[in-house]
Design a protein around this ligand. Structure first.
Ligand SMILES: [Zn+2]
Length: 244
């Protein structure tokens, strides 16, 4: 297969990575974004340790969704977090893009080993509950296959707690940082921005009122479902014959 045929996928992943920086979510090279082409079984992800100001679309590395290995001919090493991305694409069949950052406020909650409670409608517009927190990896999981097992712990948490990845489009890893995802790489970046923003809002909310109450379920449900699912009515209709 020719490299050229993956140009749109590489462009989308390049744009998502640049967007993470522009949104202020990435310091140095502490972040990565990817996307998957499920029809062709290929994941595209940022190369490892390449500075954003010299990153080019053609540098984006193509990986087999099935094996997690770079496609033949790839020269740059993929992000060291690639096995986490591949694991999540394999386990969450509805997602098309993933963004990982060490953004300041979300990472603070992850380091405090706290989920982010839903304190208001800004949060409820995107998450149908708290931003979940995953347990830390065990010593054995770390030594055996750290990045792959990070994905396994996230997927296991969602499965055990019956969470829908598109209703909770992000997670905090204890002692680490957030991962966010969505139907596309651009949507994953948007959700990474949401996670960072609600993390900052929740921190300020608790600073102003340590006894702050979480959002009543009825408000949470209203805000989430007016944007998501079959009864959503926020924004413009997607199925329209006119060009918007
Ligand atoms: Zn990380």
């Amino acid at each position: 297969m020719s490299d050229l045929s993956f140009s749109p996928l590489k462009e989308a992943v390049f744009a998502a990575n640049i967007q993470l920086v522009k949104a202020g979510l990435v310091v140095l090279t502490w972040g990565n974004a990817s996307a998957v082409d499920r029809e062709r079984g290929v994941v595209a992800i940022k190369p490892s340790g390449v500075a954003y100001d010299v990153l080019r679309p053609e540098d984006i590395v193509l990986i087999s969704l099935e094996t997690g290995q770079p496609l033949p001919g790839e020269k740059l090493r993929p992000s060291s977090d690639t096995p986490t991305h591949v694991c999540l694409y394999q386990r969450f069949s509805t997602i098309g893009g993933i963004a990982h950052t060490h953004s300041r406020h979300a990472t603070s909650w992850a380091q405090a080993c706290r989920e982010i409670p839903c304190y208001g409608t800004t949060h409820a517009d995107t998450f149908s509950g708290p931003v979940p927190l995953c347990r830390p990896l065990t010593t054995q999981e770390i030594e055996e296959a750290y990045e792959w097992n990070t994905g396994m712990v996230i997927a296991g948490h969602f499965e055990t707690n019956h969470l829908d990845p598109l209703h909770s489009p992000g997670v905090l890893l204890s002692f680490h940082a957030p991962f966010a995802w969505g139907e596309t790489a651009a949507k994953a970046v948007e959700n990474a921005i949401v996670v960072e923003e609600v993390a900052a809002l929740a921190l300020h909310t608790e600073a102003l009122n340590p006894q702050a109450k979480t959002t009543p379920q009825s408000i949470l449900d209203k805000h989430f479902h007016r944007k998501h699912g079959k009864d959503a009515y926020y924004g413009q209709q997607k199925d329209t014959s006119t060009t918007l």
